[in-house]
Design a protein around this ligand. Structure first.
Ligand code: HEM
Length: 357
């Protein structure tokens, strides 16, 4: 892995070589549209991204959350029910602030993930909770095996006290036959896992980039700026489509397109001091309508989970800031591996002033 300093602070982020190369090339004035291999063109040009993503709806297999499960499509009504259920769970979790007794120091994003998992799905049957375990992410091939295993036995239909709305929905729709059960459990995982993984990754990235945070920076601005510099969804893939060559002649009829928000978010023509972490820049910017800013995708099909992720991340930040937690002064480097989710690994969070100080 090679090194690059993105935060403009005394912390060095060691990106996976492939990501580091992209960042370096762009910083050195490299092209905004370039070929990655024989049939993939990468695009970092803000206007072209806007046109490409707006030119057609995503195919179902391009979708991050509701792509087909074991070859079976997820109906729109199923997706909506699952999102409604998890939204109710998130709203319930946000009703009260995290109690003073909650200690969010330790190794992130693991600590944040464990806290969210306990908060949202802590009372769910063990078999379901296992499906949101972080370990299942690496290698990702573990996920289908875990879903298959947990679908072997029928799911009880009588909800226990305190279980999540999502678990109740899963139990109601897990039919007696294993194939339908597997579909229902797979859907539980598709919805529950990114809530915990996404919000904890986002907060970990924020802690790395900016903690200890300035007292007058709002949580929302901290998160918007984090999503700019370290967007967890750092790339968006689209398979070759007849629309694409008509938008830019460098894209051939057989070329897939790799959209790179990671790079458009650092375009010097759009952002003053693009590599620096400045939450206050968001005072005057509209995150839903700023050229080149796509942390949750394009306006035509924006992430339906963003209204869960942002409040949950703010919830964690409230506790973190109240407890004066920040990256340990002894930690000066972290790594960001190549993966579907761009996130720092193992950052050590400690108190920066004594309790009661
Ligand atoms: C940090 C966390 C997250 C980030 C950065 C993120 C980012 C994105 C992005 C970039 C897209 C557009 C993808 C494309 O156009 O191909 C998207 C779509 C979507 N996201 Fe998220 N997302 C996050 C978490 C979630 C969560 C927790 C849920 C729901 C539980 C969710 C549900 C969706 C849905 C339903 C879509 C529309 C496409 C589909 O049906 O899969 N997202 N998200």
């Amino acid at each position: 892995m090679s090194r690059s300093d993105t935060a403009g602070r005394a912390r060095v982020t060691i990106f996976a070589p492939q990501i580091d190369e992209l960042l370096r090339d762009r910083r050195d004035g490299g092209a905004r549209v370039f070929r990655v291999d024989g049939d993939t063109v990468a695009v970092a040009d803000p206007q072209l991204i806007d046109k490409l993503l707006g030119s057609r709806p995503a195919h179902e297999f391009e979708r991050p959350t509701f792509k087909p499960l074991h070859g079976r499509s997820i109906e729109r009504s199923e997706a909506t029910e699952a999102l409604q259920a998890v939204s109710r769970d998130v709203r319930a979790a946000l009703r009260d602030p995290l109690p003073d007794s909650v200690d969010l120091s330790g190794s992130w994003p693991r600590v944040g993930h464990a806290r969210l998992r306990a908060l949202l799905f802590g009372a769910d049957p063990r078999r379901l909770r296992l499906l949101t375990h972080r370990r299942l992410e690496s290698p990702p091939a573990l996920v289908p095996a875990a879903v298959r295993t947990s679908a072997i036995f029928p799911v009880g239909r009588t909800p226990r006290a305190g279980v999540s709305h999502l678990a109740t929905l899963t139990a109601a729709s897990a039919a007696a036959d294993p194939a339908n059960r597997r579909h229902a459990l797979g859907l539980y995982r598709r919805v529950a896992a990114p809530v915990c993984l996404g919000a904890s990754a986002l907060v970990a990235n924020a802690l790395w980039l900016g903690s200890p945070f300035d007292a007058d920076a709002s949580n929302r601005h901290i998160l918007l700026e984090t999503l700019r510099l370290l967007p967890p969804s750092w790339n968006i893939m689209r398979v070759a489509s007849p629309e694409f060559p008509t938008l830019d002649r460098r894209i051939g009829p057989g070329d897939d397109v790799l959209v790179l928000p990671l790079l458009s978010h650092r375009d010097p023509e759009l952002w003053p001091a693009p590599a620096d972490f400045h939450p206050e820049r968001w005072h005057d910017l509209d995150p839903d309508n700023h050229p080149g800013y796509f942390p949750f995708g394009h306006a035509t099909e924006r992430c339906r989970g963003r209204h869960l992720i942002l409040p949950l991340a703010e919830h964690l930040l409230d506790r973190i800031r109240a407890d004066s937690l920040a990256v340990s002064p002894h930690q000066t480097t972290t790594t960001i591996p190549l993966g579907p989710l761009l996130t720092v690994t193992r950052i050590h969070i400690t108190r920066t002033r004594p309790i009661g100080g």
